[in-house]
Design a protein around this ligand. Structure first.
Ligand code: 4FV
Length: 227
């Protein structure tokens, strides 16, 4: 999977070279290219934004500069995603769907956002990470890269993504590790029994119980699907 990220702040993406994503990049399971939109400004002051027509606060990213940055990429067979509060909210189903693409181009807005004309021209899909407004699309882009990369073959062990929150429509069961007793709290006996049938049953029951408690909406959705 290749991610091309159009951003004004490539340095913000340093963190994805750490941990699991860092190893995935090293193993060439994923590729993350950062395209600095500012490099495509023809202005001697490297201007990339301007005041909004019609007035209003803040600055808007200029369409020509963004478009030139986009055209610098081999866009054949790529899906262009614009991270925006107006987008469809990202969920595990969308993450899994996007993981089947080979090449994602992610446009990160900043300030008040991007001129609508270039969004209309190049964007295939707008995706939001939640109903709140951030200062830029870079953190949402990292959320997308992280969540999608987990589904790329070889990045994680297959079983890691099989039984996790949302993968079966439920929240994940609670996890425990050593020490066996922590502040007087013991690990549930069943998990020490080695009886995998009982463990699976316990985990399924816990998943349903936790989902009913924390996300009853998911149970309703599950019932709809099963009806
Ligand atoms: C956002 C979100 C988000 C809006 C203006 C960037 C900012 C600025 N992106 N999900 N919520 N973006 O708030 O994806 O351009």
């Amino acid at each position: 999977m290749k991610f091309d990220v159009l951003t004004l702040f490539p340095e913000m993406f340093e963190t994805i070279n750490q941990s699991i994503l860092g190893k995935a990049i090293e193993k060439e399971l994923i590729e993350v290219n950062l395209i600095n939109i500012r490099d495509f400004s023809n202005d001697k002051h490297k201007k990339v934004d301007d005041t909004p027509y019609g007035g209003g606060a803040g600055m808007v990213m200029m369409p020509d500069v963004v478009y030139d940055a986009y055209k610098s990429i081999d866009t054949k067979n790529a899906k262009v995603i614009y991270m925006s509060p107006q987008g469809k909210q990202l969920n595990q189903q969308k993450v899994e769907e996007l993981s089947k693409e080979n090449h994602l181009i992610i446009l990160c807005g900043h300030y008040e956002g991007v001129d609508q004309r270039v969004i209309d021209k190049i964007v295939d899909e707008e995706i939001s990470i939640g109903d709140y407004v951030l200062t830029g699309g870079e953190i949402p882009a990292m959320v997308l890269i992280d969540s999608v990369s987990r589904y790329i073959e070889g990045v994680l062990k297959k079983e890691s993504i099989k039984e996790e929150s949302f993968s079966n429509g439920l929240l994940e069961y609670p996890q425990y590790t050593r020490p066996e007793v922590f502040l007087g709290e013991k690990v549930p006996e069943v998990l020490l029994s080695g009886n995998h049938e009982k463990i699976d049953k316990w985990r399924k029951e816990k998943s349903i119980q936790i989902t009913k408690q924390k996300r009853p909406d998911l149970i309703e959705k599950l019932n709809e699907v099963q009806i």
